[in-house]
Ligand binder design. Structure first.
Ligand SMILES: [Cu+2]
Length: 155
């Protein structure tokens, strides 16, 4: 193998490893009692942004409704559950005390809809880094998960 081939081979190996890590991150799920959390991510935000948003999917495998009742993160002064509502043609964010995940259903928090609002950011939300979030559910209990920071999630 000449030098150029070696370089190409290394690039190939690196690309394969990187792609596998990306897939592993995408498929990562977390189980807490009857709930399965997936597609966790926080949107990368511009320099000096004071607020950010986190998203995930929550599947309730149980036969009883559950609710997300509290969110918190060490990187935010305050974390809240928000929904997006259209009022007079303008998208506005609405604070929710709780968010119900019906029995046997999949609930999705995603851009343009429900989200976890991170306010009073203490650090920048840089893509490639992670945000630790603790989610408290009425029935299932609390779970702490590292949400990867991404510019955009495609899946
Ligand atoms: Cu919000």
């Amino acid at each position: 193998m000449n030098l150029l081939n070696s370089i190409f081979f290394l690039l190939f190996v690196c690309t394969v490893i990187f792609a596998q890590q990306a897939v592993a991150e995408k498929k990562q799920t977390f189980k807490i009692n009857d709930l399965v959390l997936s597609k966790t991510w926080v949107k990368a935000s511009p320099r000096n942004a004071r607020a950010g948003a986190g998203y995930l999917s929550i599947e309730n495998l149980g036969s009883t409704d559950d609710s997300l009742i509290k969110v918190s993160s060490p990187i935010a002064g305050m974390s809240m559950i928000h929904d997006t509502v259209i009022e007079d043609g303008v998208a506005k964010m609405k604070h929710l005390d709780r968010f119900v995940i019906p029995a046997g259903k999949l609930a999705e928090l995603k851009p343009g809809g429900l989200h976890i609002m991170l306010m009073g950011l203490k650090t920048q939300l840089n893509a490639g880094s992670k945000v630790t979030l603790t989610l408290k559910f009425l029935r299932a209990g609390s779970i702490t998960v590292d949400f990867p920071i991404m510019k955009k999630r495609v899946d």
